[in-house]
Each structure stands twice: as C-alpha cells, then as structure tokens.
Design a protein. Structure first.
Length: 727
C-alpha cells in the first residue's frame, strides 16, 4: 500500500474515558454512552484481516475500561496473524503490582506494544506514577513502550513533563502538535503552535470509529460530516476492504499524507474559480486548514478533478514509490529515523550550516516517532551541540523540534564553548610545562582535533585533554603540573594500560599517556609516533599524522564499544578537511598490521557507508571480511548511531564478549585475556573489589540486564509500528 498505512488500522473500541482532557480530539468523557459490542469488534477485526490489515492499534476513549474486550481482541488478532498495540492513559497502573498484572496479561494475549498518553492535560487527572509503573512493568516483560505527548505553545510545561519522565529508562517520547479539534477548540487560540507546513503522517493510518465508520485519521476527522473526504463511510454499508481501498486511492487523502494540506491549498489557489478561496493568513494548526478545505464540497470536487489528472497521479505515484522503496529498505523504520536518519540530518547540518537541514530533514523530523530526548542526549554526548547552535533557529528545526530539545542544545552548546576556553588554557599550560622539562608531547583525540580545527570553524566538544609523552617523562610532567595548581593525587601511577591517573584543572581532566592504546590492540605505535608532526609551529606540541589520527579514532571507537559514532564521523571529516591528503595505502597497511583490524575497519566502513563520508571505496574494500567481522558489524551498526552508554556503563561480561569478538585471531584473544589477567595481578585492590561484586552476583545480573536491554532495543526498533494517534 504505497504512501498509505502499509496495512495498519486503528480501532476505537469505546469513546468512554475516565478522564475529560481539555485537548481530547474526540471529546471523550465518563458520560459517553454506547459502544460497539464485543461481537461487532471481533467481526471488524476479522474483516480487517481479510482486507490485508497486518497491524491494529486499539484506541479510545480509554480502551482499558474494557479490559476483557481488549484481551479478547488481542487474542483474536494473534490468531489472525495481526500485530496489535494499544494506546491508553495508563490509569490501570496505579500501583506497580496492578501495572505488572495488566502488562503480563496483555503480553500473554499477544500484545506487541503499548503507547501511553501523558501530557499536561492528562496530568490534571493523574500524576506520572502510573506511567512509571507501567513502563517498569513493560521493561521487565519486554513489551515495547512509548509515551506520547501533545505540545502547544506552552512548551516549558512540556519540558517539565519530560523531566518528570526522566527517571524512565527506555521509553521513547513522541511529540504531537495540539490540534484545534474536538474539545481542544475551546482552548485559547494562543496555545496552538499554528504550524501548517509539512505532510500529515496521521492520514496514513485510517481509523474505525466506535460508531462503525472508517475515517481518514485517528481523532481529528471523528466529527467530520459523511460528505467529507475524511470520512470514508460506515463499515455496515460498505465492506471494510472497499473502504480501505478508498482511503488508499483517494487523491485528496493521498496528497495530504504525501505533501500535506498546504499542498491542497496551493493546488486550489491554482484552480480557476478558486483564486479567491477565503484562506486565512494564520491557522491554529494543520487540521484547521485541512478541515477548511475538505468541508467545502465545491473545493473538494475541483481538487478531485485536478489531482486526478494523469500528470498529478504520476507525480503522486512517483512520491509513493520513493516512500515504498524507503520502507522496503528500512528507511522508514523507527530505528532508522532515530539512528542513521537522524545522524545524517544532524551531521550534515552541523558540518555545513549554510546548507541548512537539507531536504530529507522535513520528512524525517516531521515524524511523530522521533525520539527527541534520545537524539538530544546522543548529539550532546557526541559534542555537536555547539556546531548545531547555528541551525537551531532554522525554520524546519523550529517547526518540528520541541523546545526542550532545542533548549538542551543551546544550553550544552554554550557550556561546550566555555569549556573549550578552559581546555585551550589547559593545553597551553601543558605545553609550558613540557617546555620547562625540555620534552615534547603528542596531543591525542579530541584535544588534537580541537587544535587542528581551522579558525572560523567550530570544533566538536571534547571532554579530556589527552597527551602522549615519553614514559620516562610522564611522571615528571604530572608532578610539574601538580606543582602549578592542577589537582590530583601526588605520585599516583598508571590508572589504565595507557595513561597515568588523570589530573584536573578547572574541571578539565588531563590524561598523560605513556602509550596510545593498550598493547592487545597491537597498534603500530612506533611508526605512528615517528610519523607525528609539530602542531602549527610549536616545538613541544605535536599531533599524529592524518593516518595516525584516523587509525587511532577508528580503534578508539571500537574500544568505546561503538557509542557516540557521530563523534568519529565528525573527526574523519575534520581530518580530511585539515590535512593536505591522506596516504590511504599507508593507513590500510597500518590497519591490517594491528592486532585487531576489525577494531578499525568496522566503524570506518559503517560510518562511511551510512553517513556518506568521503572515504575512498577502494580503501574501504580492503577491509577483511568473514563471519566474525559480520557479527561485530551487526552489533556496531546497532550502537554507532544511537548508543550513549560509555564504556563504564557496560558490564564486565558484555565488555569482554565484545572485546573477544573484535579480536580477529585466537592469538589476539589470548593476548587480550593475558593482558587482563596481568593487569589484575598488578591491581589486586581493584580486582578484589570486582571479585566481591561478582560474589554478590552483580556482574552476572548486570550482564543479563544489558543483554535484555539490547534485545528490547532491537525488538522496539523492529516491532513498533508507525503510529499516527493524536494522543
Ligand atoms: S491534517 Fe488533521 S484532519 Fe487532516 S488528515 Fe491530517 S490529522 Fe486528519
């Protein structure tokens, strides 16, 4: 079903609700009388199955006021091979036990996902506890869950609601614009954002109402008259399959879902006789414009004729085919949107602000399933908040991104700018100390790239200052910096395989390295250091060569277990811009000579392919292939574009498992295990503590949690159907 729901349907099993929210598009309340019988609902579900529907969302009102009916329908759907989800206000999760009982029953019946509506309007009737209880229960029982929020101009309140949900680990927050429909028409006009641009994803998901009509979207078309193109007809008079086909093929609905009501407005303006159609200068929302046009019979007739012309049909078909092609390639999946898709849009915008957000951005950011909170955390953690400040007020950004997301970027961007000043000061002090000691050091990672960023360009934010010095010089440099006001334990030795215990200055940590990375990575460190070059005329500060920086960046991404991959993508772009040229042959030779070539090639290949980095394909084709490489690529693909857990957030077993996968050979694995055992011998205190934790089974429990979280994340991105419910 190109351009349409892809076989999805919402069924409103009641309009009754225990709440009377001020924004409810179908004016639900406890006093609503009349609802379809169980027998009717089962019949609708069977008709939907016969019509090719593959996913049904049970909505209301509040569907869980009919718990037995919900369970019966979910079971029936499972029997028919239909995936089911439910949208609820969560009143049934008042206590953890109650939430768990219901989630367990729903899961047993076959439910695939839960959407909870929670925003300032729902908050007038219940606090966040039920949402938290149900989320925890869903997490335990591995049922994908999301929370949908409705936003108006009162975005600070939205931010407060999001804050209340901060304790939740896992749920994705979806944001829908408040629309002037149903009870929301009574709200002050100033509360509406008044955004009308963009396609309407809600029109891709038809809904069967409680009184048995198929309507174009779930909620906003409920009160439309039977003549409206938004009302397809009663299911009692016309077979559901036929109504769904009308929904799929109607040129007006097809235009709304592919180009939006604004496209209808533009077409109508070009239609003879409608030049003076009374369009307003300002609308309270996209649905108001949609209703104004679709309520006008002559306008509808003229548009049908105009949009039915072969040229217009061909254009829509082309758009539909692109959408369908993207869907087949997984580019319309929630996982893609919140992973690679978001990374592409934001990397492009941060790197080249003059280009803006790009043409793909609107279709991506306009989707309700954008996980703004998750993307915000990822972008800030990748250090891109500051470069993104230049596009944060871009109209496309302002149209779709919630204020809490833009505010977080602003806050982090400004903080990153302040931090950079301190980091530059710290680097200057380190250079001064090195000069006094007659030594030299090689700046590494973010600090090196900060210094290599040309004037006028913004660097990504970095946390520590890493500098590599001769092992004999390292303790002396540390002591000298401590004497000069840096904070840290005097005389402390190595805290990792590769650097001394960090010291800090005004909150910036300095890690003095004695080697680039632990020995078991097998980097050609000697050759890399010999190839280092002085940094802009300095005699004491050096950086690795472009090849050295790229090799180190790739390996380090693997050592960080592929979190914040955008950071590495940015660094690759930075190296390619700031160097006269990369010797790809030398880089390939170095990479292949390491102890774990996969550690370099895996992130480099995936980031280049998915984000379109200008790395030569002839170079990438030299990566070794094999089943081990494919396994680690699967994990890396899942993590690079969205993972925000740092290395310390992963449990010991998960880390060890990934490290062993990264090592290509038995020799490499033995080298890794030996290195760990030797390190253990040297750090009995640390390992004594680890052993105590292991005795309490913490490590195993953590590993199990980690494993479940990955499985859930994968299930969530694969199983969650796209939704268009308006909260
Ligand atoms: S614009 Fe509003 S009323 Fe029109 S189809 Fe979309 S959700 Fe429904």
């Amino acid at each position: 079903m190109p351009g349409s729901s892809g076989g999805q349907l919402a069924i409103m099993i009641t309009r009754r609700c225990n709440m009377t929210c001020g924004h409810c598009s179908v004016e639900s309340s406890p006093s609503i009388r009349g609802e379809p019988s169980d027998a009717e609902l089962v019949e609708w579900v069977r008709a939907a199955a016969a019509a090719g529907v593959t996913a049904i969302r049970l909505t209301g009102g509040e569907p869980m006021l009919r718990t037995a009916t919900v369970l019966r329908l979910v079971r029936e759907c499972r029997r028919l091979g239909i995936v089911t989800g439910i949208t609820s206000n969560g009143f049934w999760g008042r206590t953890p036990a109650q939430a768990d009982r219901h989630v367990r029953a729903l899961k047993r019946a076959g439910l695939s996902s839960i959407t909870l509506s929670y925003d300032r309007y729902h908050a007038e009737f219940q606090g966040p506890d039920p949402v938290l209880h149900i989320t925890n229960a869903a997490e335990r029982r591995q049922v994908p869950l999301r929370v949908s929020l409705v936003r108006g101009t009162d975005e600070p309140e939205l931010a407060q609601v999001v804050k209340r949900l901060e304790a939740l680990d896992g749920p994705r927050i979806r944001v829908y614009d408040l629309q002037p429909v149903g009870r929301a028409r009574e709200l002050p006009a100033t509360l509406h954002r008044g955004e009308i641009d963009g396609f309407c994803s809600a029109a891709s998901f038809p809904a069967l109402t409680d009184d048995g009509r198929l309507v174009a979207c779930n909620g906003p078309s409920y009160f439309e008259k039977s003549e409206s193109p938004l009302v397809l007809g009663p299911v009692g008079e016309t077979p559901l399959a036929e109504l769904l086909e009308r929904h799929r093929t109607d040129p007006i609905l097809d235009t709304i879902r592919t180009r939006g009501p604004v496209a209808l407005r533009d077409e109508l303006r070009r239609t003879p006789g409608f030049e003076d159609f009374p369009f307003r200068l300002r609308y309270t929302g996209i649905c108001e414009l949609c209703h104004q046009i679709t309520r006008h019979p002559q306008a509808v007739a003229a548009l049908r004729e105009r949009l039915g012309q072969p040229e217009a049909v061909a254009t829509r078909l082309a758009v539909s085919q692109v959408i369908e092609g993207n869907r087949r390639q997984g580019m319309l999946s929630t996982g893609y949107v919140n992973g690679v898709g978001a990374c592409r849009v934001f990397l492009g915008a941060a790197w080249d602000p003059a280009r803006g957000l790009g043409t793909d951005a609107e279709h991506l950011l306009g989707r309700a399933d954008v996980d703004w909170r998750g993307i915000g955390t990822y972008l800030c953690g990748s250090g891109l908040a500051r470069p993104l400040l230049r596009v944060v007020d871009d109209p496309v950004f302002a149209r779709w991104a919630p204020l809490f997301f833009r505010d977080e970027l602003r806050r982090r961007g400004l903080a990153d700018g302040m931090r950079e000043l301190v980091q530059r000061d710290v680097i200057g002090r380190v250079a001064g100390a090195l000069g006094e000691l007659g030594g030299r050091g090689v700046l590494l990672k973010g600090a090196a790239l900060l210094m290599l960023t040309p004037a006028g360009q913004l660097p990504r934010a970095t946390s520590d200052v890493d500098i590599l010095v001769d092992p004999a010089l390292a303790p002396r440099l540390r002591d000298r910096l401590l004497e000069q006001g840096f904070a840290g334990a005097p005389g402390a030795g190595a805290s990792t395989f590769q650097h001394l215990e960090p010291i800090t200055f005004q909150g910036v940590a300095v890690e003095i390295h004695t080697r680039l990375m632990p020995d078991f990575w097998g980097l050609p460190e000697r050759a890399m250091i010999d190839d280092a070059r002085p940094l802009g005329g300095s005699s004491v500060l050096w950086t690795l060569s472009p090849e050295g920086i790229l090799l180190h960046a790739g390996m380090h991404t693997s050592a960080s277990f592929f979190s914040f991959g955008l950071k590495t993508a940015w660094d690759v772009l930075n190296v390619l811009r700031s160097s006269a040229g990369v010797d790809w042959d030398r880089l390939a030779a170095w990479a292949l000579s390491t102890g774990a070539p996969r550690g370099f090639w895996t992130p480099m290949r995936l980031l280049s392919a998915e984000l379109g980095l200008p790395v030569p394909s002839t170079f990438l084709s030299r990566a070794p292939v094999g089943s081990g490489a494919r396994r680690i690529e699967t994990i890396a693909r899942h993590r690079l574009f969205r993972a925000t857990e740092g290395i310390f957030d992963l449990d010991v077993l998960t880390k060890a498992g990934m490290m062993l996968l990264l090592q290509d050979s038995l020799r490499g694995r033995l080298r890794y295990v030996t290195a760990k055992l030797l390190w253990r011998g040297e750090h009995l205190t640390t390992w004594g503590a680890a052993a105590r934790r292991a005795r309490h089974a913490d490590v195993l429990r953590q590993a199990w949690r980690q494993y479940r979280r990955y499985r859930q994340a994968m299930a969530r991105s694969m199983a969650m159907p796209r939704e268009a419910d308006q909260g």
